[in-house]
Each structure stands twice: as structure tokens, then as C-alpha cells.
Design a protein around this ligand. Sequence first.
Ligand SMILES: [Zn+2]
Length: 290
Amino acid sequence: MPCVNCQSSIHKPTNLRPFEFNGIVFEYRKCRSCEWCFLDPVPDEKVLGLLYQRDSYHDKFYFSGFDNPLATRALDVSADILNPGSSILDFGCGDGSFLSGAKARGFDVCGVEYTKDLASELSQLHSCKVWQVEEFLNNRTQENFDAIRIADVFEHFTKPVSQFLDVIRFLKRGGYLLFEGPIENNISPVFLSITLAGLMRKLLKKTLPGMGLPYHIIRLTEIQQLNFFRKNLDDFDVMYWEVYDTGWPYLKGSPIRRAIGRLAITVSGKRFLGRSLGNRVFAVLKVNKV
Ligand SMILES: [Zn+2]
């Protein structure tokens, strides 16, 4: 399949473990042109529907009390930069915890979720409008939000450029993008460990299936994420940019894995070889022109 970023058909295998889901083997490839790491094949609508079922995805990652301290940080930042009553869209609002927090702080909020059932459940739960994604994209034309939050969503985009632009066009000129999510190919103790393990498997000619599911379509570095904004937004100012590490997915498992996970948290955000160590980025961009 062509690269999800630049459409080049020239890409190479990586040492990351492939996933098997619904009888399909998914593997990460690295584009030789733009160097993005992406899942091949990209899951189709049927597979996405199976992946993002309420009981297997949202219950596991959100409604189970999944700890996302950055929802709080995004709320604090919103309170700093936005006037009371400002409109905020939370695109991919998960369990709606940001929506309810932002509403409590006096913002005019609405959200978007993948399935109709979850969207209407969240609407009732948080007493605000939550749209199903197609319903939102197809029916809204003139809405200009003061801020749009895209958190833990970008890595799920199967067409990152067009899907990102489809959302960001609803942002007011000079509005704020509150962005957060994983940068799984960024340098960190966990990434270095995963890379080393992959090289060892290659040397030993061992193939092991991955333990997760093909949720993340892309795995980027900090620089690739920043360059994506530079390439796809005409004019923006970086108001805030932080790379940090959660140790994921190494906080569970063997003692060695857990030690590496804890080390990743200890050195989180520190500079190493000219790069910031970490597996996630939190950013606030003032978008002057899309
Ligand atoms: Zn590419």
C-alpha cells in the first residue's frame, strides 16, 4: 500500500512486530521518501468497526478509569489562553472527561466520537452536543471554534493529511489547536529497547506476533510531528511544546521491562543527542492560517 503521508509506494520493512487481527497480518513499514512509519495494510472500515467497539476499546482505555492527566493539563492551558465562553471542539472525546471539565470552567463545548451510540451516550452524560464523526464532517460548514482539541486521535487517522485538514478547517483564524498524543518512534529508553529487541529477533531469525492490536496507523518522531504541522498549516505559532514519557507500554511485564519503563519516566523530556526523550507530545499551536 502507498505511504499514508506522501503516497510513495517505495517503503521498507521495520523490525517492529507484526499484528494479526481478524485474519489479517498488519506490519509497520517505513516510507523511503518521507520516512514515516505506517501500518500496512491500513485497516479498512470493516476492521475499524471491529477495533473500535465500545466494550473492547472505549471501556478498556477510557471508561475503566484510564489515567489521562493531560486532560487536566489541557483544561488548565485552555483556562490560561481562552476567554470564558469560548467555543471548544474536542475531536475524539473518548469518555468526555475533557468536555465535562471544560464545561465546568465556563466554555461552550461540543465533541465528536467515532460511533453514533457512543456519541449520543456522551451527549446525555455530559449535557452537551457530541456528534458522530461523519455526521459532524458532512453537516457542519460554517462553525468556527476558538479552540479544537485533538488528543490521542492523530495516530488513528488512516489518511492523516486529509483527516487533519478536515477537522482543522473548523478552527477560527487565530484559534488554538490543543494537540496531544503518542510519538512512538521518538527516542526514549523504551523505543531504544524495542529497537534493540527487533534487531536481536532479526539476527536470530525469530518472528513473534505483536501483543497489541493495530490501533495506531502511524508511529512518528517529535520532528516528524512538528514537520507535519509545518507542511500542512500555512501559518502558526507554537505557544507550548512538551515532549514527555509515560514509560508505555513497559510499565507492565518483566522486571527488566518495568525498570526500562521507570527509567523512561525518570529521563522524560531531557535532551539526548540533540533530541528530547519521550514517547508523547503535548502542544498548543495558535493557527493564524490553515
Ligand atoms: Zn511517505
